[in-house]
Design a binder for this molecule. Structure first.
Ligand SMILES: *Cc1c(COP(=O)(O)O)cnc(C)c1O
Length: 398
């Protein structure tokens, strides 16, 4: 884009109902919980965060963070390979390796950077990268950045992935997918993808940002749910800013693969290490997530309650059993109208529009957390049903 006035560009975005606006959360009315937020002087129940286990505002995390900051200071001062790698990082990596049942784990500052790091380290020019069509933007950017030939298969279509792998020249180095899809809430066909990757010698990378801490008998995520280990899925990416209520991300893998990432992953090497107090807070979160299994059971029970109530009320649902519950609305305009109506009714829910989802697949993205009350979930369904009937009356939802 050549330098030019930007006003018309922004106006065009607005005209298409695609202008993004940030809200400032002024406060959280209940100490120790992020389930409600104060925005523009209004108290709203937040059904949009990824704080699945209700840990983001837990006092134990804040306390661990504060104690660590008093001890080690706020900043790490350098990258991990210089002098920024501290005791809390090392301890958290060991605990994440144990939690995921893998030899080693490597901390990254964000999930975005973890995906860039692992995909680019395992692929390059003269090879190809294969992704699910609805993969997270960071996996897509990783594929582009890798310099490899980059292709996508239809959403959750493992047979199509297999055909592309079989007919692939150049050879496919990396097959990557979300474990739980961030905007759809459905789970990837991991067993079939693992089989296809094995048959064709590709590295399978699973980004389980939304599964880790929530799914599986012990909260170890979508891979635990599918009974897959390091042999079938050599690279597991997990994030720490969602179910674990903190910040950062990790790759869990064999000791060998982690060693390669330390040598090759530019988004690991050329950036300042995560502050140690953040790692300390994550260690507290991991301990609580392991001990308080009721959090996982509660968010899944509230999810089931939401779906049952929505079905009774005639609210359209997607095929998701995870705490991510999209409500398909079919246009940016309808999705925004629903967002505004819910806000009037006291709920903070966000319309997801293009390019985050394909045009025509606009939706509300509702997320449940262990911090919600049953009565809040029931009231949300009531407000949704009411909002949808008003929107349908004014302009039919396809
Ligand atoms: C949120 C998310 C990421 C990015 O993680 P951050 O730590 O927020 O950068 C990566 N992949 C998926 C599927 C996500 O939902």
């Amino acid at each position: 884009m050549k330098r030019q006035p930007l006003e018309p560009v922004l106006e065009e975005i607005e005209r298409q109902h695609l202008r993004r606006r940030r809200a400032t959360v002024q406060d959280y009315p209940h100490k120790g919980s992020h389930a409600q937020v104060m925005v523009d002087g209004c108290r709203l129940v937040d059904f949009s965060s990824n704080d699945y286990l209700g840990l983001a505002a837990h006092p134990a995390l804040a306390e661990a963070m504060a104690a660590c900051a008093r001890h080690y200071g706020a900043g790490s001062g350098a990258s991990h390979l210089i002098s920024g790698h501290g005791h809390e990082h090392a301890a958290l990596e060991e605990e994440l390796a144990a939690f995921t049942g893998r030899q080693r784990a490597l901390l990254f500052s964000t999930g975005y950077m973890a995906n860039l790091g692992v995909v680019t380290a395992l692929s390059g020019r003269g090879e190809s990268v294969l992704l699910d069509r609805l993969s997270h933007a960071s996996l897509i950017d990783a594929g582009l950045l890798s310099g490899a030939r980059f292709r996508r298969y239809p959403h959750c279509d493992a047979a199509a992935a297999r055909r592309l792998l079989a007919g692939s020249t150049p050879q496919t180095a990396v097959l990557a997918t979300d474990g739980v899809f961030s905007m759809d809430g459905d789970v990837a066909p991991l067993t079939e993808l693992a089989e296809a990757a094995r048959a064709h010698g590709a590295w399978l990378v699973v980004d389980d940002a939304h599964g880790i801490g929530v799914l599986g008998a012990n909260g170890r995520g979508a891979l635990e749910g599918a009974g897959l280990g390091c042999e079938e899925v050599p690279a597991l990416v997990g994030t720490l800013g969602k179910a674990f209520g903190s910040f950062g991300a990790f790759v869990a893998a064999t000791a060998e693969l982690i060693e390669l990432l330390i040598q090759r992953a530019r988004s690991y090497i050329y950036t300042t290490a995560l502050p140690q107090p953040v790692a300390a807070a994550t260690r507290a979160a991991l301990r609580i997530a392991r001990e308080e299994t009721w959090r996982r059971e509660r968010v899944l029970a509230l999810t089931a309650r939401f779906r049952a109530a929505a079905q009774r009320a005639g609210v359209p649902l997607a095929d998701s059993v995870t705490p991510i519950q999209p409500i398909p609305l079919g246009s940016a305009q309808a999705a925004l109208a629903a967002q505004h109506a819910l806000r009037e009714a006291g709920f903070w829910v966000i319309a997801i529009r293009s390019p985050t989802v394909p045009a025509g697949a606009e939706r509300l993205r509702i997320t449940l957390t262990a911090g919600h009350e049953e009565s809040q979930v029931d009231a949300l369904v009531g407000a949704l049903a009411e909002a949808l009937s008003r929107i349908r009356a004014s302009s039919p939802i396809p």
